[in-house]
Design a protein around this ligand. Structure first.
Ligand code: DX5
Ligand code: ZN
Length: 218
């Protein structure tokens, strides 16, 4: 089953509650929340108060993607605010194993993200503990960038490792440049969670946009 997670980065922040309700009604499976700190990535977005504010507007899982340095300082705040999935970047976690367990001990599902320039093998030692791997298909920081096709090899590799170790339920998420054109490439390689920012929120008819992505992979 393919999970479609619209990213609110491309939503209208002045009416976030309505924007979240609209994609839930339009068939979204998760809500993807992009947190940026102006250090790890060259953009600043939102923090736990916004997660808390949108929480009552949807019953869908909130998938919080932390593009921040020292994420261990903020994980508890995001879980308390209502995050269901918390994903940290491998590039900023010298103690990746510790951070993954911190997320799980707080009762959330744990994810680790890797940038296009980061090899898949950095995940190997923590993979059995993960609920989700996020393979970035653009360099994080902004919505609306072009899909980087070489990242598809990493999706295939990670899905293979998961199958070999009997981790059939590992979510492999992709984020960046996902459209009805690129979705089949990543889904064929083994991705099952598709984040879409501009391809959903950039369209007037969000339900049609979600349906278009879904039908491209089914
Ligand atoms: C990129 C963010 C994405 C972004 C994707 O740094 O992590 O979630 O919203 O936007 P699109 O789908 O427009 O590439
Ligand atoms: Zn994201």
């Amino acid at each position: 089953m393919i999970i479609i997670a619209p990213s609110i980065l491309s939503a209208d922040f002045a009416k976030l509650g309505q924007e979240v309700r609209e994609v839930e009604a339009g068939g979204a499976d998760w809500i993807h929340v992009d947190v940026m700190d102006g250090h790890f990535v060259p953009n600043i977005t939102l923090g736990p108060p916004i997660v808390q504010a949108i929480r009552p507007h949807t019953s869908l899982p909130l998938d919080v993607h932390l593009m921040i340095e020292q994420p261990e300082r903020y994980i508890a705040d995001f879980v308390k605010a209502g995050a269901d999935y918390v994903t940290v970047h491998a590039e900023v976690c010298p103690h990746l194993h510790r951070v993954v367990h911190q997320i799980k001990e707080l009762g959330a599902k744990a994810g680790v993200a890797i940038n296009p320039g980061t090899p898949a093998h950095v995940l190997q030692e923590v993979l059995p503990d993960l609920d989700l791997v996020l393979v970035m298909t653009v360099n994080p920081g902004f919505g609306g960038q072009a899909f980087i096709e070489r990242t598809v090899n990493k999706i295939r590799q990670i899905r293979e490792w998961a199958e070999q170790s009997g981790q059939a339920d590992l979510h492999i998420e992709v984020d960046g440049g996902i459209t009805a054109e690129t979705a089949p490439l990543v889904a064929t390689a083994g991705a099952n969670v598709l984040v879409a920012g501009s391809a959903v929120y950039g369209q007037a008819d969000r339900a049609a946009a979600i349906a278009g992505i879904r039908s491209s992979v089914s």
